[in-house]
Design a protein around this ligand. Structure first.
Ligand SMILES: *Cc1c(COP(=O)(O)O)cnc(C)c1O
Length: 344
């Protein structure tokens, strides 16, 4: 029996049709701009997001880094939420490779509020302070339970940033989850962003790849950074074909993942577990064990029953639903976790 793997929505395997698209992909040398499949993927992604152009990059981390390096120079600052992926899980790339300074703002509801951003934005004409250049917003917000922020919440913050001469970057690793959960167009969520990073390898099920979507001028500058970072690839249409397949077939179905997460959350809550769902939830469920030893027993019990997931803190777990977890598997996993909690 296969394990039910709820560690992340990155664990999906390409389906037969996606593999066929990869096998049959037309390719060329993408550093020469000759790969027709990459060009098509970039064009479709840009179209979906209502941007002029897109750049195919190897990963979400690379997409965010390329974007930050394109927006900011050495010694400049980026305002971003304390619980963002860029700040917590990307190896400090902005500081290490760009000399860019993070300016963390509190983000209790998923995005930093305007007062929280005001609090870290310092006067630019005072030698003591770092000059901020950019605001980064994450949607959905992973560490805040996969919370989906609305077009209005994004626009308000973007207007604040633009009024102060700051750019706006959206880390949209799971932007399509937000769009589907809110019933809005992906483009509505990024209308006021100067750059957006979307992942093909999260909920959309491709084996790799992300896109940076922005104006044509931004993408041309970003292309230099991608090359410097070693992200200029050759016959990469092979994997871009998987990305195209993902964009064409796997967006609407994210609703099933959200429904499965909701069902899991409700079963766990009924079993008396301390469940945390975001205010506008998507494909994640967080829950807490009564203490750390009990958390370890729950994890071990579930692993024996072939249900696997990760801790997000010593006593807290994160479950992520995705296209390789069917509705039945989600119910099965929830019932195993409920039993584990009773015996822990
Ligand atoms: C996964 C993730 C990334 C990075 O993507 P990788 O492809 O793993 O490098 C960036 N931001 C968020 C919110 C993510 O969840």
């Amino acid at each position: 029996m296969f394990p039910i793997d709820l560690r992340s929505d990155t664990v999906t395997k390409p389906c037969a049709a996606m593999r066929r698209a990869m096998a049959e992909a037309e390719v060329g040398d993408d550093v020469y701009g000759d790969d027709p499949t990459v060009l098509r993927l970039e064009e479709e992604a840009a179209g979906l997001l209502g941007k002029e152009a897109a750049l195919y990059v190897t990963s979400g981390t690379q997409g965010n880094l390329v974007s930050l390096l394109t927006h900011c120079g050495r010694g400049e600052g980026v305002i971003l939420g304390r619980e963002t992926h860029i700040l917590n899980f990307e190896g400090g790339g902005m500081a290490c490779l760009g000399g860019i300074m993070p300016l963390p703002a509190d983000d209790p509801s998923g995005l930093p509020g305007i007062p929280e951003m005001e609090a870290v934005l310092k006067p630019a004409d005072n030698v003591h302070f770092v000059r901020a250049r950019l605001v980064c917003l994450e949607n959905t917000n992973n560490r805040r339970g996969g919370h989906a922020s609305t077009p209005r919440e994004i626009s308000e913050r973007a207007a604040w940033a633009h009024d102060r001469g700051l750019g706006v970057h959206i880390d949209g690793a799971r932007l399509f989850n937000a769009a589907v959960a809110l019933g809005v167009k992906p483009a509505d969520l990024v209308r006021d962003a100067d750059s957006v990073q979307i992942c093909l390898s999260k909920g959309l099920g491709a084996p790799m790849g992300s896109l940076v979507c922005a104006s044509r001028a931004f993408v041309e500058r970003a292309r230099f950074w991608r090359k410097r970072l070693g992200g200029g690839l050759r016959q990469v249409g092979i994997v871009a074909a998987a990305g195209l397949y993902a964009l064409r077939h796997n967006i609407e179905r994210l609703a099933e993942d959200h429904e499965n997460a909701r069902k899991i959350a409700s079963i766990l809550a009924d079993a008396g577990l301390d469940v945390f769902m975001a205010a506008r939830p998507t494909n994640m469920v967080y829950f807490r064990a009564k203490d750390v030893p009990s958390a370890d027993r729950i994890l071990e019990f579930c692993r024996r029953e072939r249900v696997v997931f990760n801790k997000s803190a010593p006593d807290t777990f994160r479950l992520v639903t995705h296209l390789d977890v069917s509705a039945e598997a989600a119910l099965e996993a929830a019932s195993v976790i409920a039993r584990a909690a009773r015996s822990a």
